[in-house]
Design a protein. Structure first.
Lengths: 37, 457
């Protein structure tokens, strides 16, 4: 089993992924307009 | 190879000499993140505000993925450009880690972009749907999109397999592939794009593509040409230990801070053939010195580097500096080649007559790889620093056999206020994260544990 990450490192990785998740969510929301138009 | 990562705020007073600070220009990490989100999402916002809806979810999803894919692709050039405005304060290591993470989302968006349009048809009737997909790919109007699609997939695939390819080959192909993808994808969007036909997107796309190509040409043309003209040369290469060399450079010494790094290009190396190395000297020394371990393609040839060989020095870069160290006790930890920036920090602290409590932990596989041990031991004795040399395989006098475990780190910082101290770690990633974990468990706040993680080999 891999060693747990230090808190600082885990927080940084989470922030980077969250930024990208917001962009992915943006594309999904854009498509969802079609369902609510 | 440089290692480390920044956190905390600058508290060292501006001064000239070994502790000299240069103002780091550019966006704060928060502003860089906000700018990224704004630019990545702006095309979706503009399309939603100005375009007429197509009306079907799968088509809107395909178009949305296309818009996001193109903006992510063009933004990748800004991340990779070693551009102080973008990465100066966030750190090139964090910026490049984001570049790699963003590439996966970019790849997903670009691969799914054409598939989304035919997904319902494939689900309803796989044979007919796939035939429709084949017709779409065969269409002449899709040529630029197809080229971009293939170039992008190949570029990301090669990046994931970069350790199997010669460094300079992958760097060249990476830049070329990204450039082809950017031109092809922008042409595709402008020629066929449903939403991108609006002038609110057409001109910004064209400008962003021109900007991305300009960045590529700047880093492969103008910048290396300017750097080569600066007149830096190899002054001397001296063996420090098995596989370890000190490289001294003749020529004007650029302004830098202890702990920073430069990309070095040797001789007639191509613009894309330069490697990052941490400075080992302190600002204020008459020469720039590096400690280099033989590892990658270029570093195997250190012994053959003749004095007088012309060099390109791109930098300084990096945030592994005393700006993040506050004024409390300082623990410096070096593993293997990570000694280079730690030497720079120790030499700068020594030259400045800094009086804060310092402890230095230096580990390597064997004692003869603990390079510059006599110098750091003498400095520690003179300055009253705590010092521990660790070797995994042997233990001559003055060296302890073992690894950087929690007990050894706890002993080094005994009696210090763990909330006010700073730890600066430089070494291989598994060592760095293990040591950071030990420090956190000893009560050191994560923001006071400074390191950079690189993967450029």
């Amino acid at each position: 089993m891999p060693e747990p990450l230090p808190r600082g490192e885990a927080a940084l990785r989470l922030k980077l992924r969250l930024l990208l998740a917001v962009v992915a969510a943006g594309a999904l929301l854009f498509a969802l307009r079609a369902l609510f138009a | 190879m440089p290692r480390g990562q920044g956190g905390g705020e600058a508290r060292i007073a501006a001064a000239s000499g070994p502790m000299e600070r240069t103002t780091t220009r550019g966006l704060s990490p928060r502003a860089a993140a906000a700018a990224f989100l704004l630019l990545a999402l702006a095309p979706l916002g503009i399309a939603a505000a100005t375009g007429e809806d197509i009306g079907f979810f799968h088509q809107e999803l395909g178009l949305g993925l296309g818009l996001v894919g193109l903006s992510l692709l063009l933004l990748q050039f800004a991340h990779a450009g070693r551009w102080a405005f973008v990465s100066g304060r966030t750190g090139i290591d964090v910026t490049m880690r984001f570049h790699r993470a963003a590439a996966i989302l970019l790849l997903a968006a670009v691969v799914l972009h054409p598939l989304a349009f035919v997904a319902p048809a494939i689900l309803a009737d796989p044979a007919a749907g796939l035939a429709g997909l084949a017709r779409m790919f065969a269409s002449e109007s899709m040529t630029s999109g197809k080229i971009a699609w293939i170039a992008l997939i190949a570029t990301v695939a090669l990046a994931l397999a970069r350790h199997r390819v010669r460094y300079e080959t992958w760097r060249l192909l990476h830049g070329l592939g990204a450039g082809i993808a950017a031109v092809g994808a922008t042409h595709h969007a402008l020629a066929l794009g449903f939403y991108s036909a609006t002038p609110w997107l057409f001109w910004p796309w064209l400008a962003a593509m021109a900007g991305a190509l300009a960045l590529l040409l700047w880093s492969w043309g103008w910048k290396p040409w300017r750097l080569a003209a600066a007149g830096h040369r190899v002054a001397a290469v001296e063996r420090l230990g098995p596989g370890y060399w000190e490289l001294r450079i003749a020529g004007p010494v650029p302004r830098y801070r202890a702990g920073q790094f430069f990309w070095l290009g040797f001789g007639r190396a191509a613009p894309w053939d330069d490697n990052p190395f941490s400075v080992a000297s302190a600002p204020g020394e008459p020469e720039l010195r590096f400690v280099i371990r033989e590892a990658g393609d270029r570093t195997r040839q250190m012994a053959d580097l003749a004095p007088g060989t012309p060099m390109r020095l791109d930098g300084p870069h990096g945030a592994f500096t005393l700006d993040h160290a506050g004024t409390g006790p300082l623990l410096l930890i070096a593993g293997g080649a990570g000694i280079a920036p730690i030497l720079s920090l120790a030499r700068a602290l020594d030259a400045a007559g800094d009086r804060r409590p310092v402890a230095l932990l230096h580990g390597a596989r064997t004692a003869d790889r603990l390079v510059c041990r006599a110098e750091t031991a003498a400095t520690a004795a003179r300055r009253g620093w705590r010092i521990l040399f660790l070797a995994e395989d042997d233990a001559p006098e003055g060296v302890t056999q073992g690894v950087m475990d929690r007990a050894r780190i706890a002993a080094l910082i005994e009696g210090w206020n763990v909330k006010e101290m700073t730890a600066m770690i430089c070494g291989p990633e598994p060592m760095t994260t293990a040591v950071a974990r030990h420090l956190e468990s000893l009560g050191v706040p994560p923001s006071r544990i400074v390191y950079e993680l690189f993967d450029y080999a």
